[in-house]
Design a protein around this ligand. Structure first.
Ligand code: GTP
Ligand code: MG
Length: 165
């Protein structure tokens, strides 16, 4: 039997949400930046031993503006993937802003944090400090690079594995 789950991505603009979705669903990457307007849907079946989980990925436009009325996009989400860019301290600090908004509305959704663009830089002191704060808030924190593919499939697989017994 195959189950379907709704997964939403959130975080600042340009942190790599669309790139992660594209890497996961199509195994492709582009260096060009094209901001998402509204939402784009991706879909892929994850195989976990004998079980399959169909993930419907909602790649949602980044930034604080949209998240202020989250119901429109995030309603019914089973999993929330927070994304920041490790070369951009502000995007790391803003994770707590997004988290505070959605945690009350979606307390049962699985929440993971992706530290994206790991191919670009080392972890700054700000990044390391933030991680200590974030480690108790998320089910998993994973280093990713949409560019090289590092950690991307693993992240979705981990999330999917939470949906089966
Ligand atoms: N080096 C590197 N560049 C990345 C990575 N992920 C994304 N990028 C680049 O970062 C830019 C923004 O990526 P997007 O995936 O469009 O970012 P987004 O979070 O979807 O942005 P919005 O749609 O505006 O919210 C693009 O130029 C990508 O090529 C990564 O892991 N490594
Ligand atoms: Mg996008």
């Amino acid at each position: 039997m195959r189950i379907s789950k709704k997964i939403c991505l959130l975080g600042d603009e340009s942190v790599g949400k669309s790139s992660i979705s594209t890497r996961f669903a199509d195994d492709e990457f582009s260096d060009k930046y094209k901001a998402t307007i509204g939402v784009k849907l991706f879909q892929k079946v994850v195989d976990l031993n004998e079980k399959q989980v169909n993930l419907i990925v909602w790649d949602i436009q980044g930034g604080k503006e949209l998240i202020s009325s989250p119901q429109q996009y995030y309603r019914g989400a089973h999993g929330l993937i927070f994304v920041c860019d490790i070369s951009n301290n502000e995007s790391i600090q803003n994770i707590s802003y997004y988290y505070d908004i959605v945690k009350k509305k979606y307390p049962t959704a699985k929440k993971i944090l992706l530290l994206n663009k790991c191919d670009l830089s080392e972890f700054s002191l700000t990044a390391k400090e933030a991680m200590l704060t974030y480690k108790d808030m998320f089910d998993n924190i994973i280093n990713t690079s949409a560019k090289t593919g590092l950690g991307v499939n693993e992240a979705f697989k981990l999330l999917a594995s939470d949906f089966i017994d």
